[in-house]
Design a protein around this ligand. Sequence first.
Ligand code: GAR
Length: 196
Amino acid sequence: MSASNKNIVILISGAGSNMAAIVRAAQQDQWARRHRAHVAAVISNKADAPGLLVAREHGITTALVDHKAFDSREAFDAALAAEIDRHQPALVVLSGFMRILTPGFVAYYAGRLINIHPSLLPAFTGLHTHQRAIDAGCRFAGCTVHRVTSELDHGEYLDQAVVPILPGDTAATLAARVLSQEHLIYPQAIERLVSA
Ligand code: GAR
């Protein structure tokens, strides 16, 4: 990654616990001093996303681009890109961002766009990953950090973590176990990218 100042823009739709883990890691591990990298902004497509408050508590610039205000995916993605580009990002991090992005948006950010997905890809793309893994009788589940391509939940895998599925697990208990691993591998994968 060549830019001298490496701005990271994080997109969220909800709780933002992965975003918070990234912000914490950036602060604790001094990404600004060591890698010239910092979280420049957190952008949500939902006004009531709790993660917006969390980001503000950390002193991070936030913005809202409400998808409901646009009548097409293309119009929403164009407004989103305009907001992202105000921060000239080296990396755009999807962090529980629950919108499907247009191929044009993905192509525009090619090489700078990553996501975390709550399954061991290529298994269980899409939604309800934990319940589907339980229903399928899997013994293990996990999460995947990957580059984003125009095909949903595909793209080069940057890291994965595995957790057991235990007797009596529900989607909620499994999600919590997976999420604790997400909070470890997402910041680590991002630090590897911004330190390269
Ligand atoms: C995380 O489990 C993330 O992997 C998942 O949403 C959750 C967001 O939690 N993302 C997807 O399902 C993307 N398709 P968070 O808002 O607390 O980080």
